[in-house]
Ligand binder design. Structure first.
Ligand SMILES: Cc1cc2nc3c(=O)[nH]c(=O)nc-3n(C[C@H](O)[C@H](O)[C@H](O)COP(=O)(O)OP(=O)(O)OC[C@H]3O[C@@H](n4cnc5c(N)ncnc54)[C@H](O)[C@@H]3O)c2cc1C
Length: 241
């Protein structure tokens, strides 16, 4: 039974993802399923009735009543520290969704696919990697994943494993600290990185860019400058500067 579209969601499992991020698996009775790339609104209600709502992308796609979120803590944030540190299995939240019909990829959809993630922007893109892998379409997918350091990569192991033969082509880029054997540069994603790690414009990829607002705008502007048509670039902004 939903009231105003809100459904109870029981926290089934919490898994540490990085020092500042956590994966939350939620049981949502009556969940209608979702496409890769969609998100939910999460509503928390305090004992005094105060409510806070934030959006979180779904790391999962398809049918079933279990959904997965991954939340990175924003220092001094109102909601994310609670979801990363305090929420416990058995706790009840509320979710509304699935939301969003544009930033989605479906099996049999357009190819090749270019995914570009900044930080927690990996969450909906992991759902797309999972969907493409299940649809035997992983070889048409490239992922560029920008993180502060290797330890900051949510879903690091899964992304590394997706990159096997016949799998997704993965390129990493580090904004602060790279692994010791790293030969590339360290810093913000620049035009050279995009030239190397993105399907060339002649392949006419469909590009999904997701992360903090500043990252998404910087990458989308650069892609247009490099010759990718704006109509082929889909963006999801997580907020912040
Ligand atoms: C469609 C959508 C999907 C999202 N999916 C995810 C997800 O999968 N995982 C996830 O961790 N977050 C995701 N977010 C961001 C999330 O909704 C919250 O904004 C974030 O968790 C911060 O909430 P807060 O209450 O802790 O911070 P607030 O109290 O709302 O904000 C505190 C300060 O942090 C700044 N801030 C807010 N969001 C960000 C941000 N993303 N980056 C940097 N600074 C920020 C604010 O401007 C403010 O100054 C998504 C946002 C949208 C719109």
């Amino acid at each position: 039974m939903t009231v105003g579209g809100w459904r109870p969601a029981r926290v089934a499992e919490t898994v540490p993802a990085t020092a500042s991020a956590r994966i939350l698996r939620l049981e949502v009775p009556g969940w209608p399923g979702n496409d890769a790339g969609q998100h939910v609104d999460v509503r928390l209600t305090a004992e005094d009735g105060y409510q806070a709502v934030r959006s979180y992308s779904l790391g999962t796609y398809g049918a079933g009543e279990r959904i997965e979120l991954a939340v990175d803590e924003i220092p001094d944030g109102e909601v994310s520290p609670y979801l990363v540190r305090d929420v416990l299995p058995g706790d009840e939240l509320e979710v509304k969704g699935p939301l969003g019909g544009y930033f989605v990829w479906r099996a049999g959809g357009e190819e090749p696919v270019q995914l570009i993630a900044g930080g927690s922007g990996i969450v909906p893109l992991v759902a797309m990697v999972r969907a493409a892998t299940d649809a035997s379409a992983a070889a048409s997918v490239r992922l560029l994943y920008s993180v502060r350091s290797p330890e900051n990569a949510i879903y690091r192991e899964e992304v590394e494993n997706a990159a096997g033969p016949g799998g997704v082509r993965v390129d990493w880029t580090y904004t602060r600290t790279a692994p010791p054997d790293w030969r590339g540069r360290v810093g913000r994603v620049d035009d050279d990185t995009l030239r190397e790690a993105v399907w060339e414009p002649a392949r006419n990829p469909i590009v999904y860019v997701c992360g903090p607002t500043g990252f998404v705008e910087h990458v989308a502007d650069a892609l247009v400058r490099l010759g990718y048509p704006p109509t082929r670039i889909r963006t999801e902004r997580f907020g912040g500067a």
